[in-house]
Design a protein around this ligand. Sequence first.
Ligand SMILES: NC(=O)c1ccc[n+]([C@@H]2O[C@H](COP(=O)([O-])OP(=O)(O)OC[C@H]3O[C@@H](n4cnc5c(N)ncnc54)[C@H](O)[C@@H]3O)[C@@H](O)[C@H]2O)c1
Length: 342
Amino acid sequence: MGDTLLDAKPILERFRLYGRVALVTGAGQGIGRAYAHALGEAGAVVAVVDIDNECARVVSAELAAKGVDALPIVADVTKPEQVQQMIGAVVARWGKLTIGVNNAGIGLWTAAETMTKDEWDRVIALNLTGVFLCAQSEGRVMLLAGYGKIIQTASMSGHIVNTPQRQSAYNASKAGVIHLTRTLAAEWADRGVCVNSTSPDYTRTLLVDKLVETPEGREMVPLWVKLTPMGRFREVTDLQGAVVYLASEASDFMTGHDLVIDGGYCVWRPGPSRTNWRCTSDGAPFESLRPKGAPVSVSRFDSPVHLVWAGLVSAGGSWRNANSCPSRTASTNCSKSTCLTM
Ligand SMILES: NC(=O)c1ccc[n+]([C@@H]2O[C@H](COP(=O)([O-])OP(=O)(O)OC[C@H]3O[C@@H](n4cnc5c(N)ncnc54)[C@H](O)[C@@H]3O)[C@@H](O)[C@H]2O)c1
């Protein structure tokens, strides 16, 4: 017997983006480029927005070669007037905007104590204010139409504090994107506009490819991989399904959500809906990270345990050898051999 609800439209049809108009910022390379390809392949027409004219044109040509109707737009998303022009160009070309992917962002590694205000401002201006300006302008068009999908690129750095690099401005900006997303979602939920975000972990982009050529990167990149339960670097293609889902009617009842795509990275750290305690069966993945010659890891037992390597130990408390961890018996959350909070 048929079911009018279940039989109305097959599920894969609900992922298709025919008739949808998308724009992706920072689409000239990396994650944004992969998002632009994914949305185009799924059926949308795509505005390829970047501050770099050449990149935008090249990606637009790549999409055109796949039969996707694409428009390169040069805009600096930190400038309100350029954001306005970007939206105007999309509406002038296609008459509407249904999908806005606010992805342009930069990273910065600087210790908090030496960071200049200019450095802080540069990161916040693009990663947070730029995202707000785009979402605001996209929202105005979508609210009038009564339908729209906004997808912001946040980061797992909005949930956890990365190690060993120092990036307070970046982490704060991405935490801001996640909460901005929830806030806009709440304001616009009853008017047909969904606002969600994606939180990738370390992604193999040009930046990382260049980084691994430096001495610092040669040490850091393998460490990141070891801290990822899936044990490999993420490729941009690992993110494409998420953006199509969030852009499509398959996710029409989802708003204010941050989709973490991290190979399990945040599972080994405090994150959304996670407790302070982390257990591994034998600690091996972490033991392998201990720098050569560093003392055996120590734990602090008068509060949630920090199992840390030399140089990363937090201040205060009494310190003991991890092997005598009393939490093995004291904590019902930890019955295994090694307890971690990171
Ligand atoms: N690569 C990662 O490991 C990773 C992990 C988590 C989150 N992210 C986030 O994903 C997003 C994309 O990262 P990526 O690695 O692809 O970066 P990328 O540097 O490879 O690409 C960023 C693109 O944004 C463009 N851009 C820079 N400033 C701009 C501006 N003011 N206006 C418009 N465009 C501008 C650049 O020209 C570039 O094409 C960023 O928000 C980043 O924070 C990246």
